[in-house]
Structure formats: C-alpha cells, structure tokens
Design a protein around this ligand. Sequence first.
Ligand code: APR
Length: 312
Amino acid sequence: MATRKKIGLIGAGNIGGELARLFANKELGDVFLFDIPAKESFAKGKALDLEQNGAVLGYDCNIRGTSNWADLEGADVLVITAGVPRKPGQSRDDLVAINLPIIRDVANNAKKYCPDAFAIVISNPLDAMVFEYAKVTGCPKGKVAGMAGVLDSARFQAFLAREAGTSVKDVRAMVLGGHGDDMVPVLSMTTINGVPAQTLIAKDKLSAIVERTRKGGGEIVGLMGTSAYYAPASAAVSMAEAFLLDQKRLLPCAAHLDGQYGFKDMFIGVPAIIGGNGVEKIVEVPLTEEEKGMLDKSAKSVQAVVDVCKKS
Ligand code: APR
C-alpha cells in the first residue's frame, strides 16, 4: 500500500515553521520538524500546533517535532535551514564561521539517515553551503540544490509588478548567479507576459529595481531584525513540489555546474529543470555580454566563500 512521502525540515525556526505549514496545507507528505536537542521541545510544540491546525483547515498529515536523526530515516525530501540568520548590518558571508560546522553536521547525518533524499539548502551563505553539503554527503549532484533564485526572482517580480502597475502573475523574470549583492537579475528575459519590461518601465526605474532586488534580503533584515521567512519558505516548497510531483518545472536554483555557463564544479544560481529525479537538467540561456560579465563577477564572489570553507 502506498504511504505518504516523508519530509524532513532541518531547523525548526522561522523558515522551518513556515515550511511545515505550507507542506501540510498542500498535503505533500508527513512532516518532521528537526532541531537541536536544546530546541526539541520547541520543535515538538510547533509541530503539535501545526497538526491541530489541520483540524481547522482540513489537511491530513502527521507533523512531528524531533531532535533525533533516526526519526528522519528514509526521508524523501530534506529542506535545510539549520544555522543562524542575519542580523542588521551583516552580510550572508558573515555567517560562514557559524553555519559551516552546522551544515557539516547536518550533511553527515543526512548521509547516514537519508542518503536518497532530494535536499534543498536554504542556510546562508547559500551557494557555499550547498557546495559543502554536496561535498560531505557525496550525494549525486542532482540530488541537492540551493534555494535562492526562486526567492530573488520573486522579489524582482514583486517590485516590477508594483512599478508597471500590473498583476504580479504576469511578470516573468529570473535572477541568476550567487545569492549575494552581485546576483544577476536578467533584464533581457524580463517580460510582463511577453511584453519586454523596458516597454512598460523606464530605464532608471528598472535600474533602481535591480539594485533593490540585490539588496532585497538586507532590506527585510533591516526592518525586522532577522531574515525573511514567508517567501523563502514558499520558494523552497515550489522546488520540493516540483520534485515530489515530478512537475519538470524550470526554476532558477543553485545547481551543480560541470562546464555550463563556463563554470566547473560549482553551485550557483542557474535555470534548472526539477522533476522526480531532482535537478534533471541545467538550461543554458543566451545572456548579453553585460549579463555574462555580471555572472562572472558573482561566481567569483561565490568561489571566494567556497575557498574560505575549503581552508576551514
Ligand atoms: N541541526 C539542526 N538545526 C539546527 C542546527 C543543527 N546542527 N543548528 C542550529 N539549528 C537550528 C536553530 O536551533 C534554529 O531553530 O536552526 C534554526 C534556524 O532558525 P532561525 O534562527 O529562526 O533562522 P531562520 O530565519 O529560519 O533562517 C535559517 O536560512 O535564510 C537562511 O540566513 C538564514 O542561514 C539562515 C537560515
């Protein structure tokens, strides 16, 4: 008899809680909210609250809090938010010293208990944390991806919709590159339902939107004192759903490159097709010379953080 899919959420904090709520609402599987032993009762409390929420909203799934990796055995999907978020004034790269040992701990346990899971990493600095997870687990490269592009693109799309005065549903845009201040919003492919964005939005306004997108995470950290969690969780769930339902969605995510876009053995944000086998294909899109230059610059920033990790 078919059983439900098993979803492991590593980190039961702000993003972890929102992830659990979304996975449950969509009835994508049974959810395990994992955190460190000191936070186990918090994770259990959150899980109980969310399971009871199902009685009101009418979803069927089990939600459990735990600090025992054995409970995650055989998970189909892992979404990893373990680590610390940014505080005002910090860059994502500032988190590397704290989050690197955490991602190594998570990866070692994932390798032991959930070797077949499709892993979606959210912990920052994103691209380096995905690289480290893949290195420690030794998992097939298509079985791990970083969530950044869907979120950065969502921020870009929201700003474009506001400026153009259109529905956000009609905005098509992608942000590629590393999840940092030199990410690459690809203007040459940005349209409002096929109409080039430049037709509806003046050049100076577009440039301001690109800049605001690049600093979009920091803007929220400045306002809330911690990092965003609603849109990051939704973005990761769209990737997990593409895997669980074999949707073959084309989504920007930090995927392993083996020569594509001129980069080798690196995880960085590119358009990829996600289906039942994980990241099934990297899609190479034509970029303008300027965009290629920006992607190179962003890749250098990612590599610098990866190099720091390699030395630690
Ligand atoms: N294993 C599991 N969970 C861990 C571990 C670990 N080794 N170390 C820390 N955690 C947990 C923390 O106890 C905390 O509950 O990770 C959780 C992180 O939750 P929050 O502090 O609320 O952070 P959140 O906003 O969810 O962001 C998590 O995602 O976007 C990134 O920059 C952000 O790296 C940060 C991560």
